[in-house]
Design a binder for this molecule. Structure first.
Ligand SMILES: Nc1ncnc2c1ncn2[C@@H]1O[C@H](COP(=O)(O)OP(=O)(O)O)[C@@H](O)[C@H]1O
Ligand SMILES: [Mg+2]
Length: 314
């Protein structure tokens, strides 16, 4: 069975494949492997949300986006640049919606916004949202390390709670304004730009939240190496997916697995076997990827890894 058989990504368009796990376990490597396999059955985008730009290096990508071997379209998101862009967009939006606030120095407020908690996650979420509208059959996402990835996935639901409250407040303001104007015998514009913007955001994040918690639209792949910390993060990630998004992972991957003799010599056989047993216990499809014996450094190394992947369905 191949990696893609384990995902069974029938529903499109596109089908998202989120590759998650601790830094260094092989998310980027696995993302490339998955994109290579998927690209033989549909238009594939490989979206890197990982600030470590290894993807571009492996694939010899010049710049931030482009087509690479096998017809895969690769896009590397530069978080710092995007943060600049969205904070100034927010300042423009406030200027447009609330001209009376222009007495404040919005540019310096936008500058401060760059350092707000959650801005990075918002950037990643927007890029995901754009990728969903890009016309690809498959979008493979090389995610940032676990903490940021989980906060990003939690964001749509959190936004919906805020937006519902904000909409309620704004609707009250608009209806009061209307009642006052009528009492004074004045004509009043019923369309409220701020309220329309809030409705638009609620639709957008609602739809994105649905895609992310639908196992037919999104496949979660969680990668670990046979070591305690990566396995701990895998467990945390699976728990988060189940409790917060209501989805099961489609595929769990144990990467950099050593031949048993070598693992025994290094005193790692016990932890390697326990990791594999734990992987099986989740009841999802799982894969074992052997250690290549040297770091994978080029696309040809990654191709070589393809023959060292074994996949099982529970
Ligand atoms: N199966 C493997 N065999 C050998 N080296 C690997 C394997 N998988 C990943 N690597 C190496 O491990 C390091 C981390 O892999 P990478 O895919 O960049 O991880 P992540 O994206 O999770 O940080 C890289 O140097 C990569 O070349
Ligand atoms: Mg990476």
């Amino acid at each position: 069975m191949s990696l893609v058989d384990a995902l069974d990504p029938r529903a499109c368009c596109p089908h998202l494949v989120m590759v998650m796990g601790k830094g260094g376990v092989g998310k980027t490597t696995l993302s490339i492997l998955l994109a290579m396999e998927l690209s033989s059955s549909g238009k594939t985008m490989l979206l890197s949300l990982d600030p470590a730009k290894h993807l571009a290096k492996y694939l010899g990508l010049e710049g931030e986006a482009g087509e690479v071997e096998g017809g895969i379209y690769v896009k590397q998101v530069s978080v710092e640049k995007e943060v600049e862009r969205i904070t100034s967009q927010y300042a423009d939006l406030i200027r447009e919606l609330m001209p009376s606030l222009s007495v404040l120095n919005l540019d310096s407020a936008a500058d401060a916004l760059k350092y707000f908690p959650g801005v990075e996650e918002e950037v990643l979420l927007r890029r995901l949202e754009e990728a969903l509208k890009s016309g690809y059959d498959y979008v493979v996402v090389d995610t940032p390390p676990t903490g940021v990835a989980l906060r990003t996935l939690a964001l749509p639901k959190l936004y919906l709670i805020w937006l519902d409250k904000l909409i309620e407040i704004r609707e009250r303001i608009v209806s009061l304004r209307y009642a006052i104007a009528r009492t004074l015998g004045r004509r009043v514009e019923i369309r409220d730009k701020a309220l329309l913007k809030l409705y638009e955001m609620r639709d957008k994040f609602g739809a994105l939240g649905e895609v992310l918690s639908s196992s037919s639209r999104t496949s979660y792949v969680v990668v670990a190496t046979p070591e305690p910390l990566p396995m701990y993060e895998l467990r945390e990630t699976v728990g988060f997916l189940r409790s917060r998004l209501g989805v099961d992972p489609k595929l769990l991957v144990l990467n950099k697995v050593l031949p048993e003799g070598l693992a025994a010599g290094l005193g790692q056989l016990g932890v390697q076997r326990r990791s594999l047993e734990e992987l099986k216990s989740f009841g999802a499809s799982y894969a074992v990827v052997e250690h290549l014996g040297r770091p994978t450094e080029s696309i040809s190394d990654i191709k070589e890894l393809r023959s060292r992947v074994r996949v099982w369905r529970p």
